[in-house]
Ligand binder design. Sequence first.
Ligand SMILES: [Zn+2]
Length: 576
Amino acid sequence: MENFVVSARKYRPATFDTVVGQSHITTTLKNAIKSNQLAQAFLFCGPRGVGKTTCARILAKTINCLTPTEDFEACGTCESCVSFQKQGSMNVYELDAASSNSVDDIRNLVDQVRYPPQTGKRKVYIIDEVHMLSNAAFNAFLKTLEEPPEYVIFILATTEKHKIIPTILSRCQIFDFKRIEVKDMSGHLANIAQKEQIDAEQDALDLIAQKADGGLRDALSLFDLITTFSADRKITYQSVIKNLHILDHDYYFKITDALLAQDTPLALLYFDEILRKGFDGHIFIAGLGAHLRNVMMCKDPSTVKLLETSEKVKQRFAEQAQAASASFLLSALNLASECDLHYKSSKNPRFYVELTLMKMANLGQVIKWAENPVVVQAPAPETAEKKKSEPQPSVGENTPQMVEEVPTQMIQGAKLERVEKENPKTPILPKVNVNGQVAAGNGTAQPVNKPFTKQDIQSALNEFKTVLRNFPQDRDKARKASEYLLGGKVEIKEDFTIEFTFDDEAKTELIDFYKEKIERNLRNRLENQALNLKVLYEYVEKKKKYYTPYEQFQYLKEKHQKLNDLSDRFGLEVDL
Ligand SMILES: [Zn+2]
């Protein structure tokens, strides 16, 4: 195997033009060189690995170049450039303040500053991580920084600008390096891949660039890492996901689709799959938040540019944005950020994420209600009373309850906004007759409650069975209920009333326990808010068999009063 040189070193830019993603800085520096108005002290600020030291070295090399190009770049061939490239130039002096931050280190540097360069024009002193210098070292340095000899240029670099004292800040020309954008970075990686004859998928490079979070050095080490792992000099999206243990964005698209389709079970199953692959629930919910944010950004053409992904993925985001309403996205983002915030303090984090997904899956329904508020006539006094005694969910409450209530403030907010916007004089609630039809002559006339068949009920129940089976609370009870769910007799009565009849008391009781959840689910699935569920028990007389003479005698006594009297009077017993 040939000598392996890490890409970060092998492909370190040698001219201003090849610096990635910092054109605002390289252009200014080149102009300063051109007009011979170079400052004597610079402060390069910005995150790690974005090219601060690289730019400092290029600057040193360029101003010492004996035959610069017309474009004021270093030629790369003259004596000075060659010695720079061999790292043997006496005109550049680097000090890493993270490791050498004592007064002595600085005194040593200040001593050197006194001697002019023997060859070339300028001496460049680069002090990296300058915020790490001790106070005494700072003070020792200050005098030199105030009045440097003509032939000296200081370049101070730091990742923490706020730690630099004002006396230093005021003496330097400040350059803020920015995080390198994903497209610049993946473009650079593609270039390297081509030179190294590595077959790399664009999506894979984008993903590496995203993971590096703006730092090119990190991106290059990830790139090297994955190349080392791949046997056939190929970098695929799948190999990056596998090697960096990243959750495939495909999952977020699929889950969001499920949430938009109000398919709670599917979303929960995907989440389970993700957990089983070894991903952490917290990473998942944070990722889902980021995904929803991207979808939201695609709602408006002006914010699409805030997406740092490839065109292909951007297209997918745009398609999902078309399918999702802004109200849905905003509420779902709220829920995701809430879950992210409280995840650590939750006693059952898995369930907390599941609850959040359930709420998200119900958003569509809630938004529909909020936009088309409907008054449903109370079906029966008994139910109405029961509804009243139900505890109202308080706003902003996070305690995980097995109730799919969606934040009430959302409903109210949406309702108010709509009414004010469209027609402040319209009564908020249109009247609806028993059949769920909005009364005629009322702006928003449309059928609200869809009719349904037994078949519809059965298929809705079939789906709900899966949800019930995976209920995180009272698992055994819920599982049992899911088994009985389809075992009852189903009948549709007037006014959208459905009767479930069971011939077993225990089963009836169990299904009745989950009645409200079943009812709510049916209402959503069948798009009928007037739907009313009754769980009934029907006693079915079973022919009992009497085996022992004692049982037979008891039966006869019960059936025939006279025999009973007779046995009492004479104290009759069965002869065993
Ligand atoms: Zn040169």
